[in-house]
Write a protein that binds this ligand. Structure first.
Ligand SMILES: [Zn+2]
Length: 68
């Protein structure tokens, strides 16, 4: 098994998520890759310091670390 490839994928995903958070924080509209619905940033999560990016249908549901 090639772990370097696995790590690269995880890293790509990490930067992608940070980029999403950045864009949402700037008030930009992002769309779900699957349903093309508008993504919203929900800061009212039970865990402090985390935000939830999700679409209406729920196919995108990503917990992001805020202020990272
Ligand atoms: Zn969706």
């Amino acid at each position: 098994m090639d772990f370097s490839n696995l790590n690269k994928k995880a890293s790509d995903s990490f930067y992608k998520q940070r980029n999403m958070l950045k864009q949402l924080a700037q008030g930009k509209t992002l769309k779900c890759e699957k349903c093309n619905g508008v993504l919203t940033l929900d800061l009212a999560t039970s865990e402090s310091g985390k935000g939830l990016v999700k679409c209406k249908k729920g196919c995108t549901d990503i917990a992001l670390e805020l202020g990272a």
